[in-house]
Design a protein around this ligand. Structure first.
Ligand code: M6R
Length: 616
């Protein structure tokens, strides 16, 4: 939920920290701060409530002094309101130690009492300051930051990534990871730490994910890793697959606008190399083995938010093609229902960040109960793929805007590839059908480019609707999860009450919401392959129109049946009905973004949200 960065080197520590925070601000943006050990050996720090810009403005007036060792933090508040005093870094040991934290320390109250009894004082309401004071206290008894830090992390419970520095060891940052991400960046005469590679990708592409319960000691020339017991551990280096420019706006007014425009690339890049001669083969699935896939009796998808809606879409395709029953469960509900799982249950987690705590816990639960786990993830080196038996990476590129767009279509792409791979292995589709569906998938990027051209129409519509208090979304079959996603995007970006419904459910209650002028988006399925479903949706439209609803239909080009009943029609290119979600979601993403623009809202950093939800 928070973004952290650490740097030891001579590049201009404050600049490195601020640019690392800028690229990680999507992780939390209610306060930010930095601390540097200055060249004359004291800590210079600044922190400010509000977005990172508030800290940057503060530094322009009261700069932090130069130094070669520093840490920075951007916060999503858990303990304590987003005010200056609760922002990180927290200082301890008479201002000689600074510490930042991502996560939640569950036993903070007990340690706080102990520290108060030992005569320490606190200036914030945070659990983080408790960790800072504890480390400072232990530095005084052990005389050494590394030893004190190791002792402290062994006392803490909950989820934490901690970074600390102390003036007595000016070229050193110590860091620890427990249930929260930490990545090392290897430079030349300089080294970095971050919550993700975005923290340092402008400086190095050489990275490694720190393992669970490991401690890192970072200097300009060395990176030493141990476990919490002090035993040496090693890191597995990987090459970051994208450039710093990929996480810049690149001339777009917002990250959201840029990322929506990248939907076609997200599908193309995720498909690339996985369809060969009309047949889908995902090399990463060899980790599971064909025999295992042939014997799978059930798939359970675990995910949250938008990723769970991608799972709902994928379930239709996997069931239809590979004939494996698929349940989609919200990660945070999954383990508490004591799910029935066994060795032939494949648990597929979906997570853009790969760090969502609820999903991570669901994956761990599944492994502990004997299931195989497969991660669909967009972030190299993230925790969830590391905890899984196999991973299919989506190649959507970095997604910076907090609300997910291109990662969603990339997740559906990965699920469709999984369905086609499994269908081939299990022999449930013949070669012609496999090739036809693979070709449909490969045709999606070009069709998405066409949908992007409806942007100005959608923007106009959003402007007209900027005063609307509530919007409903209806869909059937694969259109249902798209209705859910359309509603979520509108809630997140425009703070408008929005609900998505299965169109067939309408008359079981929600139709009572329909009143004169109520806007309703309807995702109309193609009549070409599923005449019955199409006819049912048209009759749903008639039912609500008769009660005063204002209909905005998303329908395929040439669907004349919808025209008499729709106030607005957004046309999408023809596609096999199973592939329509790719095309239908794009106008809904654009609509939510444009309506938020029309209301003057920040589309990249909506209120109260964080991109990566690393607390349960
Ligand atoms: O990183 P993840 O894909 O695991 O995140 C899951 C959800 O938190 C995420 O999709 C959330 O719903 C977004 N705000 C959607 O825009």
């Amino acid at each position: 939920m928070c973004g952290i960065v650490g740097y030891v080197g001579d590049k201009g520590t404050v600049d490195v920290l601020i640019s690392g925070l800028k690229r990680q601000e999507y992780r939390g943006y209610d306060s930010a701060g930095i601390a540097v050990i200055t060249h004359d050996g004291h800590i210079s720090s600044a922190k400010k409530a509000g977005k990172l810009q508030a800290l940057v403005d503060e530094l322009a007036v009261r700069p932090v002094a130069a130094g070669a060792t520093g840490i920075g933090h951007t916060r999503w508040a858990t303990h304590g309101a987003p005010i200056d005093a609760n922002a990180h870094p927290h200082l301890a040991d008479g201002g000689k130690l600074a510490l930042i934290h991502n996560g939640i320390i569950e036993n903070y109250a007990e340690i706080r009492d102990e520290m108060l009894a030992a005569g320490h004082e606190f200036v914030s309401e945070t659990d983080t300051e408790v960790a800072a004071v504890l480390v400072g206290h232990l530095v005084n008894s052990t005389g050494d930051l590394r030893t004190a830090f190791a002792q402290a992390v062994n006392r803490l419970q909950g989820a934490f990534t901690l970074l600390a520095l102390h003036v007595d060891e000016p070229g050193l940052i110590v860091a620890a990871r427990h249930n929260s991400p930490l990545i090392v960046g290897f430079g030349d005469g300089e080294n970095f730490l971050g919550s993700d590679v975005a923290a340092f990708v402008a400086h190095t592409h050489r990275a490694a994910a720190v393992g669970q319960d490991q401690i890192v000691a970072l200097t300009a020339d060395s990176v030493t890793v141990t476990d919490f017991a002090g035993n040496p551990a090693s890191l597995e280096e990987f090459e970051v697959a994208w450039d710093a420019s990929a996480s810049d706006k690149g001339g777009w007014p917002s990250f959201m606008a840029k990322e929506i425009s990248e939907n076609p690339d997200a599908v193309a890049n995720t498909t690339r190399g996985r369809v060969v001669d009309g047949s889908v083969t995902i090399p990463e699935l060899t980790e599971l083995g064909d025999d295992y896939l042939r014997g799978v009796s059930r798939i359970i998808v675990v995910a949250c938010g938008t990723a769970s809606y991608a799972g709902l879409v994928g379930a239709y395709a996997i069931e239809q093609w590979a004939r494996i029953p698929v349940d989609v469960q919200l990660s945070h509900e999954f383990r508490y229902r004591e799910p029935v799982i066994s060795a032939d249950t494949l648990v597929v987690s979906i997570s853009q960040s790969g760090e969502t705590m609820d999903t991570l816990m669901a994956v761990k639960y599944a492994s502990e109960h004997g299931a195989k786990t497969l991660s669909i993830c967009n972030t190299q080196g993230a925790t969830i793929p590391r905890e899984s038996d196999a991973v299919i990476y989506t190649h959507a590129g970095p997604e910076v805007a907090v609300a997910s767009t291109k990662a969603f279509v990339a997740q559906i792409t990965a699920l469709y590839l999984l369905g086609l791979h499994a269908a081939r292995v299990r022999g449930t589709l013949d070669a012609t059908e496999l090739a036809r569906n693979a070709a449909e998938l490969e045709a999606i990027p070009a069709k998405l480019e066409q949908v992007l051209l409806t942007g100005s129409t959608v923007a106009q519509l959003a402007k007209w609707m900027s005063d609307t208090p509530a919007v409903l979304f209806l869909g059937r079959h694969v259109g249902f999860p798209i209705a859910l996603e359309g509603a979520l995007k509108l809630k997140e970006l425009a703070y408008i009450h929005a609900e998505g419904f299965a169109a067939g459910e309408l008359k079981h209650g929600p139709i009572a919401l329909i009143d004169h002028g109520q806007p309703v988006f309807v995702i109309v399925p193609s009549p070409r392959k599923s005449e019955v479903i199409h006819a049912k949706v048209i009759s749903n439209i008639q039912e609500i129109r008769a009660r005063g609803a204002r209909i905005i239909a998303i329908a395929e080009q040439g669907d004349a049946a919808v025209l008499p009943y729709a106030d607005e029609v957004i046309q999408i290119p023809l596609a096999d009905p199973l592939f329509e979600p790719f095309l239908a979601v794009l106008p809904l993403q654009m609509f939510a973004m444009e309506l938020a623009h029309a209301k003057g809202l920040d589309v990249d950093q909506p209120r109260n949200l964080a991109k990566s939800v690393t607390v349960e």
